[in-house]
Design a protein around this ligand. Structure first.
Ligand SMILES: [Zn+2]
Ligand SMILES: [Zn+2]
Length: 239
């Protein structure tokens, strides 16, 4: 996902789609330098595996700043180096000729040039952030991976907490998320499953369509984009 606003170019996550994006940017900019920020939500493969195939990273004229939070049991720099580690890939991250700066986020509010960014941790296995970008043209929230709190609480997994405590934590998490998203102009949200499919995937970290719509209505967002469709869904199915 690419956002251009207030002279900033911000790319959200580095899944397989970042490869065609890299080709398009390369064609558009030609010999001009590309300067962009890449914001990573979390370490799952479908969000980082495209980075080794991002053409602008291989040209010394380009500057790429990669930002994200530490994962569960792994630092952010380790996470980003992983897809390019031997024996999985022939070129190491440090051998990329573009200017690559990897920054570990520690604050939930920060700015990328004139764009203010807020982060929130969502309900997904491991550490997973959602971001909201505040631009002069409006705000856009990006939550590609999130399971509704009311059905499964990932932070309770492996922890001994009472059902009452879990219920309260889930309700607080939902409320905090509604506040975080409130009034967003655009919300890009996990809607991986149909409601029927979700019944077989509770605890997998993703949302059924009806919950995604309900969250968007609760948060009074202006436009909802259903995202992170199941790989088994073709265009016809999504329509
Ligand atoms: Zn994930
Ligand atoms: Zn994902």
């Amino acid at each position: 996902m690419e956002v251009r606003a207030d002279s900033e170019m911000i790319v959200l996550d580095a899944g397989s789609g970042i490869r065609p994006l890299g080709v398009a940017l390369d064609n558009e900019f030609g010999t001009q330098p590309i300067k962009l920020s890449l914001l990573i939500t979390h370490a799952h493969w479908d969000h980082i595996q495209g980075l080794p195939f991002f053409k602008p990273a291989y040209n010394r004229k380009n500057e790429i700043r990669i930002l994200g939070f530490d994962g569960a049991g792994a630092g952010f720099k380790e996470i980003m180096a992983e897809p390019m580690r031997a024996p999985f890939f022939p070129i190491a991250m440090r051998e990329l000729s573009g200017k690559i700066d990897i920054s570990r986020l520690s604050e939930m509010t920060f700015s990328l040039g004139k764009v203010q960014v807020r982060a929130i941790f969502v309900n997904h296995p491991g550490v997973c952030a959602g971001y909201r970008l505040f631009t002069s043209a409006g705000s856009i929230a990006f939550l590609p991976d999130h399971e509704p709190y009311e059905f499964f609480l990932h932070s309770a997994r492996g922890n001994k907490i009472s059902p009452e405590q879990a219920k309260k934590t889930a309700a607080d998490g939902h409320e905090a998320l509604v506040q975080f998203l409130h009034g967003s102009d655009i919300l890009i949200l996990d809607a991986q499953y149909t409601d029927e499919e979700y019944q077989r995937h509770i605890g997998w970290g993703h949302a059924p369509v009806s919950s995604a719509v309900a969250l968007a209505l609760d948060a009074e967002v202006h436009k909802l984009l259903l995202f992170h469709h199941d790989p088994g869904h073709d265009d016809q199915m999504v329509d």
